[in-house]
Design a protein around this ligand. Structure first.
Ligand code: F6R
Length: 248
């Protein structure tokens, strides 16, 4: 893992958006699709805002972009304001020229026997596109990436996961109470993420400082799933002063 620490998350987000834009344009020139793994939550909002600006002001086109989102709550309706489907459309997809059929977000409306084949198909679809060119990540206080909570296996693929209590506590405000936070989610696995050719993890603010330190400096362990990223050969943690403040 390489760490880059910026004065502000704003400045950092712009650098990350520029990297993504460069990749999209490079693939465009090669006549190839650009396969992006995307995250939701507060961390990537400014990155998406900057990509939208580049689309509007610098003619950055998303016509060759295929996206796979990391996760979605289960159960969750698409048009629910808390859904990751809603989030992605509000912050990115509604404002750029991506083809709707190129957007992949785990389906939180599935029930019963439909879920496992759906997850296997999600995984296969990423492979069929040639794998993820770039994976954007945030990190939860439990050390989750996507919703790969403590206990997640190195070899895990897209699957259903039971959310950690801390994760549900952190989500409670936006759901107006923990009782409204779904107990499960569909998430890409650790191996799905690790297979990306490039990974950028965003970490902002003091309240991420402890988990960032454990992730970067601690032993690799399923207790802090993000530590698996230490084994990736092209992974950068983009941090602000707060999130990087405890690194030695
Ligand atoms: C969201 C996701 C999560 C978040 C993490 C941090 O798609 O995969 O792992 O990245 O929970 O969330 P924020 O950015 O809100 O602190």
């Amino acid at each position: 893992i390489h760490n880059v620490i910026f004065e502000s998350s704003n400045q950092a987000s712009i650098i990350v958006a520029q990297e993504i834009a460069r990749l999209i344009r490079k693939k465009q020139l090669q006549g190839l699709p650009c396969v992006l793994g995307l995250a939701t939550g507060s961390s990537p909002i400014r990155v998406y805002e900057e990509l939208v600006r580049m689309h509007k002001e610098e003619s950055l086109s998303f016509s060759n972009v295929i996206t796979f989102n990391l996760d979605e709550y289960l159960p969750m309706e698409k048009n629910n304001r808390q859904s990751y489907w809603y989030f992605m459309h509000e912050h990115l997809f509604n404002h750029v020229d991506i083809a709707p059929e190129n957007i992949n977000i785990p389906d939180g409306t599935l029930i019963g026997d439909d879920i496992i084949p759906y997850c296997l198909n999600y995984e296969q679809k990423i492979k069929d596109y040639g794998g993820l060119d770039f994976q954007l990540l945030g990190i939860g206080r439990t050390g989750h990436i996507g919703f790969n909570e403590p206990g997640s296996h190195y070899n895990s693929g897209t699957r259903v996961i039971t959310l950690d209590h801390i994760t549900r506590v952190d989500a409670a405000p936006s759901f107006l109470g923990i009782d409204n936070v779904p107990r499960r989610a569909i998430t890409m696995g650790i191996s799905t993420v690790q297979n990306a050719r490039r990974i950028v993890l965003l970490g902002w603010g003091q309240n991420k400082a402890d988990i960032i330190k454990k992730t970067v400096e601690g032993d690799i362990s399923s207790e802090v799933p993000a530590t698996y990223l230490q084994r990736h050969h092209n992974c950068t943690f983009v941090l602000d002063n707060g999130a990087g403040s405890k690194l030695t």
